[in-house]
Design a protein around this ligand. Structure first.
Ligand code: SF4
Length: 261
């Protein structure tokens, strides 16, 4: 479905709502594609991209869910009907930050009841007691902060809020304890890997379960083919050096920065 730019923008911390008793979610895109990243890269999947995020990474590749959120408002029943249009077992609930919305719990319950394998892509700052088959958690490193020099709007007004919210080790530990989890980091250079190496140690200390190296994924920064070509070999080398897993960005390689991919 197309992005609707005329729908009212939702607050950054939107929680979803109800229409005449029916739970609704702000949906930016709903489409069928290949999972491009992580352990399930290459898997045909239906993507439900909610709008609204509690962070503002300067490099956000879903700009219209965070910096300038746009969406249609859909009931959970309408979302499920659109998902059923595609013969896909795998569903990816992504954003934005899907877990900011209370109504996402209803959607995840219904998808589980229908027997779908559900991946939730999250920044790992909000934990909910919901059914998730794969938590694809992407903690945000210091290099994500939209300083005045990097802020796409040029004023740095989100820098302090982003910095205060971007990491919560105890919440990350709950993800790895409660779900099959992949910790997926956007990496530009070695300073990012040193930082994530330290963070993974802190999560291991806080969690009651092991976090194997193969569940830690390094993903090259770059939302366009041109930028990805500049970063991916360096990040692949870093993955080998540190013993973590490299993840491609298949959708960027295949379709560049086209929407609904
Ligand atoms: S957490 Fe994800 S959706 Fe939110 S601003 Fe960062 S990259 Fe964009």
């Amino acid at each position: 479905m197309p992005v609707t730019s005329d729908a009212p923008d939702r607050e950054a911390d939107a929680t979803g709502s109800e229409t005449e008793g029916e739970p609704t979610l702000p949906v930016n895109e709903l489409f069928y594609s290949l999972q491009g990243e992580g352990k399930l890269a290459g898997t045909p999947s239906v993507f439900v991209r909610t709008s609204g995020c509690n962070l503002r990474c300067w490099f956000c590749d879903s700009y219209h869910t965070s910096w300038e959120p746009t969406h249609a408002t859909m009931t959970v029943d309408e979302i499920l009907a659109k998902v059923d249009d595609h013969d896909a077992n795998h569903v990816v609930v992504t954003g934005g930050e899907p877990l900011v919305h209370d109504a996402v719990a209803v959607l995840l319950d219904r998808l589980a009841e229908a027997g779908h394998h559900v991946t939730v892509e999250t920044n790992g700052t909000i934990h909910r007691d919901v059914p998730i088959d794969l938590a694809s958690v992407s903690p945000k490193l210091a290099s994500s902060t939209p300083t005045a020099e990097r802020d796409p709007k040029g004023n740095g007004e989100w820098a302090d809020r982003h910095e205060a919210r971007r990491l919560d080790v105890d919440t990350l530990a709950r993800f790895v304890e409660d779900y099959e989890t992949q910790l997926k980091f956007v990496v530009s250079d070695e300073s990012d890997v040193r930082e994530l190496d330290d963070l993974v140690s802190r999560v291991r200390d806080a969690a009651d379960v092991p976090v194997p190296d193969e569940d830690v994924l390094l993903m090259p920064e770059g939302a366009t083919r041109e930028r990805l070509a500049e970063t991916r070999e360096r990040v692949a080398d870093l993955a080998m050096e540190y013993g973590y897993r490299f993840t491609p960005r298949l959708h960027v390689t295949l379709w560049n920065d086209a929407p609904e991919t």
